[in-house]
Structure formats: C-alpha cells, structure tokens
Ligand binder design. Structure first.
Ligand code: ATP
Ligand code: MG
Length: 600
C-alpha cells in the first residue's frame, strides 16, 4: 500500500481523551477513532492487526478440532428468559442492550452466546454419538459497560472469539478444557505477548475450573497473585493463601472500655496498644436479591484482614434459595443515606459487635428481618479478642466466642488473599503481585445452561441427560491493544512482527529524486511479491516526518532508500532495537524473509 493513497493521519499531540499509553498511541497513530462512548472505528491499519489476531486465534482453534460458525447478534428475549438471565442482563447488571421491534418483540444485542448456542444444541444434538462437539465464532459483541474506558480495552462494541463445547461427561469436558489451555497459550505466545494463566473466579456456579489468561501490564485492571516457583497463580478475586499468625492477646479478662474516636482499626490498635490480629471487626453489607429482598449481612473477620467481595457475593448467591431468590443484584457497604432506608435507629458505626440486635432493621416486607451473620475462618480461633461494644465510643476486650458472643452459625472463607501472604501449597513461598489485562477466559460450565434450557441428549444407556458444557472466550480487540500496552517506546508502537499491520515500510527520503523513487518502487514490488507485507511512504514529506511516522505506527522494519544507494545498498532499521544495517538491494527480500520467519 502507498501512503500517498491511504487514509493516513497521525497526530503529534497526545489526545486528551486517552489515559493509558496504548490508547494514546492507537489514536495518535491513526489506528482507531472514537465515534461515541466505548465505540470505535477500526481504521485500515487496525483492521489488518485485528485480522491477523483473528487468524492466529482461528488457526489455534481449528487445530483442536473446533469448528467456526457465526451466530446471530440479535437474540430473542425468550431465550434469555429461559436461561433466567433476561432480567439480570437487562436490568440488574444492565450489560445487555435491549430493544423492542415493530412487532413488539423484545430482543437483546448479544453480549455472549450461551443462550443461542444451547438453542442450536438442543435441536441438533440428539445422541452421545455426536459428542464431543465444539463450535466457535469471531464476532462483534455488544455490552453496555458502565465504565467504558481505555479505548479497545473496555469497549461497548468489541470483537470476541467465543467457543462452546458439548460433552457427555466431565472427563471429556476436562480434556477439551486442557486443549483450550494449550490453544490459548499458543495464541498469546504467537501474538508475541508475555502472559500468565491464572485461576479465576467461576462465580457461584462453581464448576470445577476456570482460568483467565492475563497479559502482564501496569495498566491492567486485574491483580494477579503468584508464587516465584510458578506453582500458583490466581486472580486476586479467587486467590487463597495462609493468613499471618495472630499475635497472642494481651487481654486476660472481659471488659468494656471507653475508646473514643477509634472508629478505624488503626486508631483502635494505637489506642489499646494491641495488634489488629487480636480484633474481630464486623463489616456490614447490604445485599439486594433478584426478588427485591434486601438482606443485611454482617461479616465478622480478623482485624488485619479484608473481605473479598467476590467471594462474599458467591457465598450470598449460594444462600439465595433461602430468601426465595435465584441470584443477587447488588452488594455494597451501605452509606449513610442507604442506611436510612432500612435502619430503625442510627447504627453505632465503627463500634458494631457481632451480635448487633436485629431490631436495628425496620419492619418492611422487602427487608429480611434478621442480619445474616457470617464469620470468616480467620476470626473463629481468636481468644480474648477485641470487638465493638455496640455503642459509639466503646469496645470490649478479652471477649470469647461461646462466652460473651455466640459464634455465627455460618463459617465462611471470604478473606482477601494479598501480596506477602504465605502460599498454601508451600508456606515458604510468599505471594507476589502483578497487574494483568484479562484477554481470555476458559470455563468449565457444567450443566447450568443445558439444564435451564432443557438441552439433553440420549446417552449410551438410552437415557435423556443434560449436555455438559464448556465455554471459552478471547477478547480479540482487547488482545490487540494489550500488545501495544506491552510493547512501545517514547516514539511509538512496537508491534510484535506476527500481528503488525505490515511487516516493512519503504521510506523514500526525497520523492523528487528519481533514483530513490525508482529503487523504492522496485523494492516495494519485490517485497510484496515475496509475501512481505510492505508499505511505501511515497508522500511528498520531509525525511524526518516519514521516519517519525514509521516509528509511531510501529512497523517492524523500515527500509530507507537514501545515500547508500550509491553503493547499491539500502539502510534497514529494526523498529524494536533500532539496529540499523546496510543491505545490498538484491538481498533485502531474502534477509527480511528470514527475519520475519524467525520472529513469527
Ligand atoms: P471483564 O471482567 O474484563 O469485564 P468478562 O469477564 O466480562 O471481562 P468474558 O465475558 O469472559 O469477560 O469475555 C471474554 C473476553 O472478552 C474477556 O476475557 C475479554 O478479553 C473480552 N472482553 C470482555 N469485555 C470486554 C469489553 N468491554 N471490551 C473489550 N473486550 C472485552
Ligand atoms: Mg465484563
């Protein structure tokens, strides 16, 4: 492609709308253009990158025996009602764009395709003989993200590869899951990315496994905890660890103490001269279930620990049945205003005890009349602990479960693992922390959707049983931007060769110089014919501008038809290392071919 004929517009200044380097660079280099909040146009250079990523994804998927298809983006509401997700997706999380057509039929724009694929499967898969089966597609997804940001990283319209596998049993599912793990690792390695596969939260569905593929980068929205020995890596949402040992309590007898102005753990420990490991803190949450019921949840946890809200949420979804609900809509620490909506009188915030009275909760048919009291494992074994006295400005010390306080019935693990904790598999290993961008997620779904939607097959014994399922997603557009986030310098993007929009760019320092132009044209044709995707910068611009642009758009190899032409050579500069080399004209194609093959 000739730059003189391309839509080629680069910006000198960082666009104000962008916060992270990859977003700034893709805008500046003319790869993308913002059309609306979380909505982007992929311009020709970007589209080439996206097609390259898609092709790598496709090849790796096909190699596992999965088959490509294309499912509709317009999805009838009935399907989502069958799976039970219409209300959560359109109202609670509100992530699905929904519309009503001229016939008054409700539709959603596909944020994901479990409902559609299960509809296909229940009609077409009849017998165990058709299994296992794996279908995937590469397609634009729509999600009304509450906070679209960072360009393609979190868009409202983005490209995803999503695949769904069907099995007779768990062993077959695990087998495909393993193949996906391998395929995903290949995709990322081939795309030139540094990544880590980590254990991921599977929500309340449980299931026996889910892993996320994280591209390591400072700008990542996720935190990953791992051990140096490579034996353990998990998303912080899912991670487990051993908490530090609790210090023995300095208090020997039960006593109520005046502790003015100690509504935080730090102030309290300073005041009482004790360790936060000797405290039981009681954190109040407000959970709203999908049947409109609000449940006030009190979590008692050791003072030095934090609640992992993802784990807590999973616990509450497991308890949904008991409240006549299916799932949870929101979970948060209520602020003063929210408390007024349910509290009969002001709570002693910062001084709450595990047994705060249920009559703080107003009587209302939408309010569960009792606190749901949970105790985290870390708080169970404490002796002579400190906790709130249910009275502003007062705590109790030397308290014990079974004496002054009843141990809450439900013992849970909702603590947040963190950097520096000892690892469970080997306490000598401490957890390290890194930031990651989630580009892929593989998930053993089990029978959640097939059961809900009645997708069954006949097994060898002639019985009708629900299909076992797995699902596997890759954010194609997110992956492409993540590559930039991992690979750039002060001058611009440094594309990994395998996903660069073009391999090489021939820059002509002076287009008025016939010899330069002639050599450039010849090289341009030769290289393209040799399968080396090449741009020709034939614009009537200064050499400096051309070199700057070539660096900014991040083409792996720049060829300059300049002074060395006199000696029958051109200068070839590698973008990543800036190494420059003079190569005889007739060797350029073969040399580049070698380099490209080695790098892809
Ligand atoms: P996140 O936690 O980042 O919102 P998710 O758990 O909702 O992701 P999945 O539903 O598993 O993501 O989707 C599969 C893949 O699609 C993700 O791993 C990610 O790479 C990509 N993806 C998800 N949401 C977006 C988005 N809003 N913009 C771009 N890519 C996305
Ligand atoms: Mg999401």
């Amino acid at each position: 492609m000739r730059l003189s004929q391309m839509l080629f517009v680069t910006l000198r200044e960082d666009p104000a709308e962008a916060e992270i380097p990859s977003h700034k660079l893709l805008l500046r280099a003319g790869y993308i253009r913002r059309i609306g909040s979380g909505i982007y146009a992929y311009l020709p250079l970007m589209w080439r990158v996206l097609q390259k990523v898609s092709q790598i994804v496709r090849e790796e998927m096909n190699a596992t025996g999965a088959q490509e298809c294309l499912l509709p983006q317009l999805q009838p509401a009935e399907l989502w009602r069958e799976s039970g997700r219409w209300d959560t997706y359109t109202k609670a999380e509100g992530i699905m764009f929904a519309l009503t057509d001229r016939q008054e039929r409700e539709l959603g724009l596909g944020p994901t395709h479990e409902e559609v694929i299960v509809t296909v499967a229940r009609e077409m898969i009849r017998s165990y003989r058709q299994l296992p089966l794996h279908l995937y597609q590469i397609q634009t997804k729509f999600r009304d993200e509450i906070r679209p940001r960072f360009g393609l990283m979190r868009g409202r319209e983005f490209i995803m590869k999503d695949g769904y596998s069907f099995h007779t049993d768990e062993e077959s599912l695990k087998n495909t899951y393993q193949h996906m793990h391998h395929a995903y690792s290949n995709m990322l390695r081939r795309s030139g990315l540094a990544f880590r596969a980590v254990e991921a939260d599977s929500g309340a569905i449980g299931g026996s496994g889910s892993q996320e593929f994280m591209v390591l980068a400072e700008a990542g929205e996720d935190e990953v905890l791992y051990t140096e020995d490579g034996e353990y890596a998990a998303n912080v949402e899912k991670a487990v660890s051993m908490p530090a040992e609790a210090q023995p309590s300095p208090f020997t007898s039960y006593e109520k103490r005046e502790t003015p102005g100690t509504e935080t753990i730090e102030k309290l420990c300073k005041f009482l001269k004790c360790s936060p490991t000797q405290l039981v803190k009681n954190v109040l949450y407000q959970a709203v279930y999908d049947n409109g019921m609000t449940v006030l949840v009190l979590v008692s946890i050791r003072g030095d620990q934090e609640v992992n809200e993802v784990k807590l949420q999973n616990e509450l979804v497991r308890l949904a049945d008991g409240y006549g609900a299916k799932t949870i809509l929101t979970l948060k620490v209520p602020d003063a205003q929210e408390q007024q909506q349910w509290a009969a009188s002001p709570l002693p915030l910062g001084y709450i005890a595990p047994e705060i009275a249920d009559d703080y909760i107003r009587s209302d048919k939408h309010l569960n009349p009792k606190f749901l009291r949970l105790v985290d494992k870390t708080a169970v074994d404490l002796n002579n602990f400190v906790t709130g006295a249910n009275e502003s400005g007062y705590h109790v010390v030397g308290a014990n479960w079974g004496e002054q306080f009843q141990l809450p019935e439900r013992v849970v693990d909702v603590r947040k693992a963190r950097h520096g904790d000892r690892s469970i598999h080997n306490p000598e290993q401490t957890l390290q922390s890194a930031r990651g961008i989630e580009v892929g997620h593989i998930f053993q779904l089990g029978t959640k959707y097939s059961k809900a939607m009645g997708a069954t097959y006949t097994n060898e014994q002639g019985e009708e049983v629900p299909l076992m399922m797995g699902c596997y997603g890759v954010g194609v557009s997110r992956l492409a931007q993540a590559a930039v986030e991992q690979s750039y310098d002060k001058d611009g993007i440094i594309w990994p060769v395998a996903i660069a929009p073009y391999h090489a760019i021939v820059s002509v320092p002076n287009v008025a110089d016939a010899q330069q132009m002639q050599a450039a044209e010849k090289l341009y044709n030769q290289l393209n014919q040799a399968g080396i995707e090449t741009l020709l910068d034939d614009r009537n611009e200064r050499a400096g501008v051309k070199f700057k642009d070539a660096d900014l758009i991040g083409i792996p190899y720049r060829i300059v038809t300049g002074r060395s032409l006199q000696a029958g050579k051109v200068e070839v500069v590698e973008r990543a290392t800036r190494k420059s080399q003079e190569i005889p004209l007739d060797e350029v194609a073969s040399t580049l071919k070698q380099w490209i093959d080695a790098a892809t």
